[in-house]
Design a protein around this ligand. Structure first.
Ligand SMILES: Nc1ncnc2c1ncn2[C@@H]1O[C@H](COP(=O)(O)OP(=O)(O)O)[C@@H](O)[C@H]1O
Ligand SMILES: [Mg+2]
Length: 314
């Protein structure tokens, strides 16, 4: 029986066609084909068109996620888990990392600055401590500190604050976003790992201070013990989170790798940023993964894992 792999993408343009070509070339013998998925209004029990969906953009197009949750229940292997991606947040991930023995900067989560108009401080927020003890929070994280959204990406609303005044000024601009405040790691080295299928980890040197497309540094490979530790910690995190594609970022200070950002379930796969060798590596690993799912040789980590699965008959 023929099987289809669907790809859901935003503006990115270098990964989609080579990925589709790679799956088509290697899947043909087994009747597996790949294409850009077309979704639009499905009934609850409509048989999904795709055996596997690679989702690169449902965080920006919520309809896709609603559709994919249903498709997942009906048998589609969705990469990444649409249920968990919805729920995941940076502060939770920091707590999880600590429980798993992976170093993270000292972090606190902050009450929101603003609310929708129907919320008023006197009546609606009786469970919140006012005023916040900013001194105590900052004495935990130290200064400078990083104020950044609990969910989000693309370095939006990431502030490095050097004083309590700067922190309050930045916080006052954060509106309804939930923010975390984090120890600033004054790093000597920086590594980013591209992680596929929860097992294949490619550590690459990274320069966060360079313009976006020059950040992955390929002429100074990550080697030796640093490489081993980055791989081990990244694998621990992505396996626990169940992400089949992710990037995990580490700031290295003294002898410690601090996980900075590992909530990247639609990681940058553009060939001009990750560079050609890594791009080929990603294409191969992603192709292996979707073919294994399509052939039923592997099942998504979340299949059967939510409570409602136990009541669902195939
Ligand atoms: N605690 C920290 N210490 C040092 N640098 C940080 C810290 N948090 C964030 N940064 C810097 O800011 C960048 C953006 O933060 P990140 O958490 O990755 O946000 P986003 O999800 O928007 O990418 C990181 O790549 C890193 O260079
Ligand atoms: Mg990031």
């Amino acid at each position: 029986m023929s099987k289809k792999i669907g790809l859901i993408v935003g503006r990115e343009n270098t990964f989609p066609q080579p990925f589709i070509d790679s799956v088509n070339a290697r899947g043909r013998a087994d009747g597996i084909t790949a294409e850009l998925a077309t979704l639009g209004g499905a009934g609850e029990l409509q048989i999904p068109e795709y055996s596997v969906i690679v989702d690169r953009i449902s965080h920006e197009v919520p309809y896709y996620r609603a559709h994919m949750k249903s498709a997942a229940l009906l048998g589609t292997a969705v990469i990444n888990d649409p249920f968990w991606w919805n729920a995941d947040e940076k502060f939770f991930e920091c707590t999880l990392a600590r429980k798993l023995g992976v170093a993270v900067p000292r972090t606190v989560v902050l009450p929101n600055k603003d609310y929708i108009p129907d919320i008023d401080q006197q009546r609606s927020l009786r469970n919140l401590r006012f005023p916040l003890d900013w001194e105590a929070l900052v004495s935990y994280t130290g200064l400078p500190a990083v104020l950044k959204p609990n969910t989000g990406g693309g370095w939006k609303d990431v502030f490095i604050v050097g004083s309590l005044e700067e922190l309050l000024r930045a916080y006052d601009s954060t509106g309804q976003k939930t923010m975390i405040l984090q120890e600033f790691i004054d790093w000597q080295d920086y590594v980013r790992c591209i992680c596929i299928a929860r097992e294949h980890i490619m550590p690459i040197r990274y320069n966060p201070k360079a313009p976006f497309h020059e950040r992955y540094v390929t002429h100074r490979p990550v080697e030796g013990r640093l490489r081993e530790r980055a791989i081990a910690d990244a694998r621990t995190l992505v396996d626990a989170l169940g992400y089949d594609m992710d990037t995990v970022e580490f700031a290295v200070r003294d002898d410690t790798l601090y996980a900075i950002d590992f909530l990247n379930p639609a990681p940058d796969f553009d060939n001009f940023s990750i560079k050609e060798d890594n791009f080929r590596w990603v294409l191969d690993r992603m192709t292996d993964l979707v073919l294994a799912y399509a052939k039923g040789q592997k099942k998504p980590p979340w299949r059967g894992q939510y409570r409602w699965w136990r009541y669902v008959k195939d």
